[in-house]
Design a protein around this ligand. Structure first.
Ligand code: ATP
Ligand code: MG
Length: 393
């Protein structure tokens, strides 16, 4: 492969002042993890506001780029040529040969954009722009300069070495995972919650997950589907610790004691309570759900308020304002869609009433929940105690 190095540009983490090194280190950690899956050996280094990936020997360029495109915090991946010999005459030859290698067809406009980070370099950047532009035009008369809207910026950075690059491949943006605390995702087997987890992880938040199942009403295969989804989200978020909670007894108890049209909403409240308990126990600072206003009866504004009422941690609902199709689009992009649409039963759907309340009255819900008083605390403690923890990577 012609390119031996990649220049990694980050966006927002550049603005973090003194904490920048923490962000850079977190980014490098995630990059290392991503590149583990790629054929070849890589060295990652940083130099004042720049991160470099250098291939030590043969490697698969496309695969490396594809993996890096999953690392939150990367704004741009720039395939780059690095030259150690900084002499300006040599640099001219290198730039001309770079253009030849990268652009077989030379019918395009360009602008040279030079930067002199090494202030001792004898040629000022303005002059570098002019002189390099000139030698390029001499070598390839079919190319044209356009200083306002060039097709290609030929970027030349003089540092300890000289970096030459012109291609910029977009990264996923966001912030490196691990720089913004940890949150607990309520992960079902549906389309929405994996997308919600992805979106919060993209902001640098580490993710744990909790899944409620109801054996024997829900199958082992339904559980496996959630494990598969957690692994797919983990491609972006890093390893996810999945807490699988047996919800059967609680669901049956609610079913016995409470009006059936309130079942879903009461169940959702207990899910949130249990999730919050595990979150606090394991260091998560918030909950995440895939709820979207109005999508189903349990997601009307009134229902969301009723669900929210039991939580003291903030609840992040990143897809709250999205239409279903918008959520589907993201799930396709992150490759969770195919798994999400596999038809396995969900614990929520098993006991649903024909006509669930859509505007729950919180006082009435409280009253119904009084009927659970005798056993519910004990049952919740048992559900938390007996949970299974699965490492998804
Ligand atoms: P999803 O597509 O994420 O399953 P949904 O449209 O099916 O969402 P609901 O079933 O009402 O909606 O669930 C709303 C949210 O509650 C989900 O996005 C998820 O965060 C959480 N949730 C629902 N069921 C479960 C479950 N069995 N285990 C863990 N979390 C759940
Ligand atoms: Mg669901």
């Amino acid at each position: 492969m012609f390119y031996k190095s990649l220049l990694i540009k980050y966006a927002e983490i550049g603005t973090k002042g003194k904490n920048r090194f923490m962000f850079e280190d977190a980014l490098i950690k995630q990059m290392r993890r991503a590149l583990k899956h790629v054929e070849g050996e890589f060295q990652i280094s940083k130099e004042s506001g720049r991160i470099y990936v250098e291939a030590l020997g043969d490697y698969d360029f496309d695969e490396a780029v594809e993996e890096l495109q999953k690392v939150f915090g990367i704004a741009w991946i720039c395939p780059m040529v690095q030259i150690e010999e900084k002499d300006f005459e040599n640099l001219k030859r290198e730039v001309v040969s770079y253009i030849d290698q990268v652009y077989p067809d030379k019918h395009f406009t360009f602008k040279v954009d030079s930067r002199r980070a090494d202030k001792n370099y004898p040629v000022p950047s303005e002059q570098m722009n002019r002189d390099l532009g000139e030698v390029i035009l001499e070598a390839y008369p079919e190319m044209k300069v356009d200083v306002h809207k060039p097709d290609v910026y030929v970027r030349v950075e003089v540092r300890n070495q000289v970096n030459i690059y012109s291609q910029m491949i977009p990264g996923p943006g966001g912030m490196p995972v691990g720089t913004n605390g940890k949150a607990m995702l309520l992960l079902s087997g549906g389309i929405d919650s994996p997308v919600a987890g992805y979106m919060i992880a993209k902001r640098g938040v580490k993710i744990d997950a909790v899944y409620f199942h109801a054996p024997p009403y829900t199958s082992e295969r339904a559980k496996q589907k959630v494990v598969d989804l957690a692994k797919l989200v983990a491609v972006y978020s890093g390893p996810i610790q999945l807490h699988v909670v047996n919800f059967t007894d609680i669901q049956l108890y609610i079913y016995e004691q409470c009006p059936h049209e309130e079942l879903t909403i009461i169940m959702r409240r207990y899910m949130m309570k249990i999730a919050e308990h595990i979150a606090k126990e394991t260091g998560s600072l918030a909950l995440i759900t895939g709820e979207s206003i109005g999508q189903v009866a349990s997601q009307t504004v009134q229902s969301l308020a009723a669900t929210n009422e039991v939580c003291t941690l903030p609840v992040f609902r990143p897809v709250i304002g999205f239409d279903k199709q918008e959520i589907v689009d993201i799930s396709e992009k992150i490759h969770t869609f195919e798994t999400s649409i596999q038809p396995y039963e969900d614990c929520c759907t098993i006991f649903v009433a024909k006509h669930p309340v859509t505007k729950p009255n919180i006082n009435i819900i409280h009253k119904s929940e009084m009927k659970l008083q005798e056993k519910i605390d004990e049952m919740m403690a048992a559900a938390i105690e007996t949970r299974e923890v699965i490492w998804c990577d």
